[in-house]
Design a protein around this ligand. Structure first.
Ligand code: BDR
Ligand code: CA
Length: 325
């Protein structure tokens, strides 16, 4: 079993990833920590709680960091995920459960210490909760099993600027801390997420199969999200579909062999025109004179290639299981 803390800003592709994690037989979600990003953090926490309970799963959900480490807060991208982060749901069923009262960073510290060397942090939003957890308890860097981050781009163009991916751009200072922490870390960025398309028809088939409020809600959210992606990437989508970015973080967790990787120092540009760029040092044999690029700095495993069809097939097989309680 993979014990996981899921750090997330739901968000439509976050919801897809969450339901994959809940449905996969070898993933045990110990808790969900939330951050600002696709929505404000209180909405992210409410969405995580709602989605989880709707599927009948009782997992602690915490509210985390509300704004970036250094830069001023931005405006959530309602045009991608909806005002509510789930494609503007017309209504919600009652959800009487409450959040776990701990701040997300404290939850991460407590849980990692309670399960030394067992917990994978799967982070698919801006990285402030992880940076704060490291600040509260630097020992967790040597106690986690691994960190998997959906964010960044090594060679692929960005999605909020020509060089920056959204999660990193939203909090570049936190991201530079997280990549430099010295824990085993894998970057699942646009280099691979832009290679995997999930078509709307798959979500329609899953909703038809289960006839359950959880998969109906997911379908509603994905319909909204697909309008954005199918409009933006007309050349990529023959039929309505989307990049399910955050899902790939869990694919790396359960099927790392499906990914081609490079290992190297990753630094994050924190200001200026290239803010949010993740720069991978690809040539260890060059002795660069600029400081900050020393070869002995912590390294990141960066995903560069992916077996896209295998990922889509596993997603569909997993969500088709009887996973809702
Ligand atoms: C990332 O940004 C967010 O909008 C998505 O949820 C994903 O985590 C993709 O760049
Ligand atoms: Ca996300």
């Amino acid at each position: 079993m993979h014990k996981v803390i899921f750090d997330t800003d739901p968000g439509v592709d976050d919801a897809i990833a969450l339901y994959f994690a809940l449905a996969h037989p070898s993933i045990e979600v110990l808790g969900i920590t939330t951050t600002f990003g696709n929505v404000h953090v209180h909405q992210a926490a409410a969405n995580a709680l709602y989605l989880t309970r709707l599927a009948g799963h009782r997992i602690p959900v915490t509210q985390g960091i509300a704004s970036p480490w250094v830069q001023p807060p931005g405006t959530p991208p309602a045009f991608i995920h909806g005002d509510d982060g789930l494609g503007n749901l017309p209504r919600r069923l009652p959800c009487p459960d409450a959040l776990d009262p701990r701040p997300s960073a404290q939850f991460i510290v407590d849980t990692v210490r309670a399960h030394p060397h067992e917990v994978s942090l799967v982070a698919v939003g801006p990285l402030g909760n992880l940076a704060l957890a490291l600040k509260l308890a630097p020992d967790i860097a040597s106690l986690v099993r691994q960190v998997i981050v959906m964010g960044g781009a090594a060679l692929e163009p960005g999605n909020v600027s020509p060089v920056a991916e959204a999660n990193i751009w939203n909090d570049p200072h936190a991201a530079d801390i997280v990549f430099g922490a010295g824990w085993p870390i894998t970057m699942v960025g646009l280099d691979v997420t832009h290679q995997v398309v999930t078509e709307l028809v798959l979500f329609e088939q899953l909703a038809q199969l289960h006839r359950h409020p959880a998969t109906d809600t997911l379908l509603h959210a994905v319909q909204f999200y697909c309008q954005f992606y199918s409009g933006l990437h007309k050349h990529r989508f023959a039929t309505p579909g989307c990049f399910a970015h955050d899902l790939l973080a869990f694919m790396v967790l359960v099927q790392p062999d499906w990914f081609g990787t490079e290992s190297g120092v990753v630094r994050v540009v924190t200001e200026g025109i290239a803010k949010g760029q993740t720069v991978l040092r690809r040539r260890d044999f060059v002795d660069y004179p600029q400081s900050g690029w020393e070869t002995q700095r912590p390294r990141t495993l960066v995903c560069m290639e992916v077996d896209a069809q295998a990922c889509v097939d596993l997603f569909v097989q997993t969500l088709a299981r009887p996973w809702m309680r």
